[in-house]
Structures are given as structure tokens and as C-alpha cells.
Design a protein around this ligand. Structure first.
Ligand code: UT7
Length: 333
């Protein structure tokens, strides 16, 4: 919903991101599965992705992204009262990845927990943190989208292994003062009737990993790509239009659209349907592939740091993922 007059307005005070050093190119994948650079680039736009080291976990990626966001916001860990990590690839099933991050940052006063909403998680976290600040309960919040998807990919399945990568993005949310930017409107949706078209079937209570099934690669992503593609275009287009209208804006007022980074063809389809100029749409999936909850967060940070939008500009973030889940938000920077 759009902001009611009694709510404390909330702004993004800093962004940060981090990607692992190791680059895996399409040529590297050609050595693993029956694929080629031409297919991957023409069907997805992805040229390379980052792969975390064995001893580099989701919390490590998240911590580095958070440190970069804190630096930009000129805050330290001790200033943070709330940490939400959006991830589907936690360090451990419990405790939450956010607890490791809290410790790493020395954010001893912060309440910390994870949310699981796949590629939509960062915007779900944004909405939650915004609400927790706008009702006066918390002052400075840290939200992070972080994934080590390389640990949950079947490296023998060409349908999926070429698509994903590792990384993290973060943002600091805080009260907005008179004349500053603000998060204007948010839309979120879920369709639990379609859990099976994009999921990690094993490793949970429905299909625990046992000594008998450990070789079956059940704790790996599976996807009905075409079906997900169609739904992603419709949901992201509708959610974008909703938040733009709720904020009292039109597409002409939007300086930059930052979409989920899954597939360039999905982004192009949304751009056409939204009737927005392609130059206003930020894309970095060629470098990182699909990093699920981290994707829009990394893109926000890179767009911000590269000057793709400036203070006072209106921007739209929009995402789609497993669940199915989707979300969009309109922000005055
Ligand atoms: O982050 C959550 C949201 N996720 C998404 O939004 C992803 C949505 N889906 C997609 O991006 C696309 O559907 C994919 C990129 C996953 C697939 O593209 P597609 O154009 O839908 O291809 P397809 O799955 O229909 O496969 C076309 C052909 C098949 O061969 P046949 O049956 O036509 O002979 C596949 O076996 O391409 C084949 N194929 C490949 N060939 C070379 C599938 N993967 C590969 C590959 N290299 N890596």
C-alpha cells in the first residue's frame, strides 16, 4: 500500500554489494555439460557468474556486502537495530544466516533473522524493515539478499547450472527527514499453487537427505523454465504498474528500473510491455547470472554507484521467483 500520513517515512541511506572473486565463464561450463556460449548468451544474456570458495559461506558474502553498505551510510554495526537476511541458501538450516552476520558486524544490539522468499526475498525484507521503522520500533535496519547458489545447483543439469551464481547485496534503511527520499509504495504477491515449477525438492522435511538418497542430487534447484518465464513477465509487469500508480506517478516519471536479473529476454519483454525506454533499465546479469535474492540488491548497489539515478529521481525495483513470489517497490531517491 502507499504510505499513510501517520507513518514515519523511510529512506535507503546506503547500499553495498559483494561478489566472490572466482569467475566461471560460459566456456568453463562447456567443459561440464553439453552447452555452448552461443546458446547461453542468446537464451539468457548471461556471459559469466561468480562462484564462492568452499570455505566462503552465504554469511561471509552477506557480511562483506553489509560492510560496504554501512560504509556508504557512514554507520557501524553498533548503530544497527534490525538485520534481515533474505536467502534460500543459508549457512545452516538453523540458526539463521542473519545471526552469523550480526556477530561478524559486531551489531550486538540488533535483532536478526532470515526470510525465505527466493528471488523476491530482498523486496519482502525491504517492506518488512520499512514497516518496523515506520511504526517507530526501530531506527536503523540492515537488509541483505545473499546466496551461495553454487552449493544447490546440479552441475550435471544443463537446464539449470548455466543460470545461477553467488553474491550478496545490502541496503541500510532509516527514517527519512523532510526533503529527503522515501520508499513510496510496495506490492507483493504469492501463488502457492505453483510451488512445483521452481524448487529445491530435497533437504527439507518433505524429502530429508538420507544415506540412501544422498547421490540423487535432490537438494538442487529444478525449474520448468518456460512456465516460469511466462509468469515472471506478467507478474513483474503488473507489480511495476501497480507501484508506479500507487505512488501517483507514470512510467515517464521513472528514471531507472532495476529488475530481477534472471534472463535478458524476460527483462526485454517487461520493458516492451511497460513502454519504458530500454536505457532506463539496469542490467548486470551478463556478469553474475541469477543470484536469486541477491540479484536486485547487487543491481541496486551497482546502479546507485554508477550514477544510473541521482537524488530526487524515482526508481522502481521489481522481482519474481520461486513460491511463486513477486514484488515491486517505487522509491524517491
Ligand atoms: O529466478 C527465478 C526466475 N527464473 C526465471 O525467471 C527463469 C525463467 N526461464 C528462463 O529464463 C528460460 O526458460 C530458460 C533460460 C531457463 C530456458 O530457455 P528457453 O528458451 O525457455 O529454453 P527451453 O527450456 O525451452 O529449452 C530449449 C532447448 C531444449 O532442447 P529441445 O528440447 O528443444 O531439443 C533444451 O534441452 O534448449 C535446450 N537446452 C540447452 N541447450 C544448450 C536447455 N538448456 C540448455 C543449455 N545449453 N544450457
Amino acid at each position: 500500500m502507499s504510505q499513510s500520513s501517520s507513518e514515519i517515512p523511510v529512506k535507503i541511506a546506503g547500499t553495498g554489494s559483494y561478489v566472490p572473486e572466482t569467475i566461471m565463464t560460459n566456456a568453463d561450463l562447456e567443459k561440464l555439460v553439453d552447452t555452448n556460449d552461443e546458446w547461453i548468451v542468446s537464451r539468457t544474456g548471461i556471459k559469466e557468474r561468480r562462484i564462492a570458495a568452499k570455505d566462503e559461506f552465504t554469511s561471509h558474502l552477506a557480511t562483506k556486502a553489509a560492510q560496504n553498505a554501512l560504509k556508504q551510510a557512514k554507520l557501524s554495526g553498533s548503530d544497527i537495530e534490525l538485520i534481515i537476511v533474505a536467502t534460500i541458501t543459508p549457512d545452516t538450516l538453523t540458526p539463521a544466516t542473519a545471526c552469523y552476520v550480526q556477530h561478524n558486524l559486531g551489531a550486538t544490539g540488533a535483532v536478526a533473522f532470515d526470510i525465505s522468499a527466493a528471488c523476491s526475498g530482498f523486496l519482502y525484507a525491504l517492506k518488512l524493515a520499512k514497516r518496523m521503522i515506520s511504526d517507530g520500533a526501530y531506527k536503523n535496519a540492515l537488509i541483505i539478499g545473499a546466496e551461495k547458489l553454487s552449493s544447490f545447483v546440479n552441475w550435471e543439469d544443463r537446464n539449470t547450472c548455466v543460470l545461477f551464481g553467488d553474491g550478496a547485496g545490502a541496503a541500510i534503511l532509516t527514517k527519512s527527514e523532510e526533503g529527503e527520499g522515501a520508499i513510496l509504495s510496495t506490492e507483493m504477491g504469492t501463488d502457492g499453487a505453483q510451488t512445483s515449477i521452481l524448487n529445491i525438492p530435497g533437504g527439507g522435511t518433505a524429502c530429508p537427505t538420507t544415506s540412501a538418497n544422498v547421490g540423487e542430487n535432490l537438494a538442487a534447484l529444478t525449474m520448468q523454465g518456460r512456465e516460469v518465464f511466462k509468469q515472471a513477465v506478467t507478474a513483474m509487469r503488473n507489480a511495476s504498474e501497480t507501484v508506479i500508480a500507487r505512488a501517483g506517478l507514470t512510467t515517464e516519471d521513472i528514471a531507472c528500473v532495476i529488475p530481477h536479473q534472471a534472463n535478458l529476454r524476460i527483462i526485454d519483454a517487461i520493458v516492451n510491455r511497460l513502454d519504458i525506454s530500454r536505457e532506463k533499465v539496469f542490467v548486470n546479469l551478463d556478469k553474475y547470472g541469477n543470484t536469486s535474492a541477491a540479484a536486485v540488491a547487487i543491481a541496486l548497489d551497482e546502479a546507485h554507484r554508477s550514477g544510473a539515478f541521482k537524488q530526487g529521481d524515482h526508481i522502481v525495483l521489481v522481482v519474481f521467483g520461486a513460491g511463486l513470489t513477486w514484488a515491486a517497490t517505487a522509491i524517491r531517491w
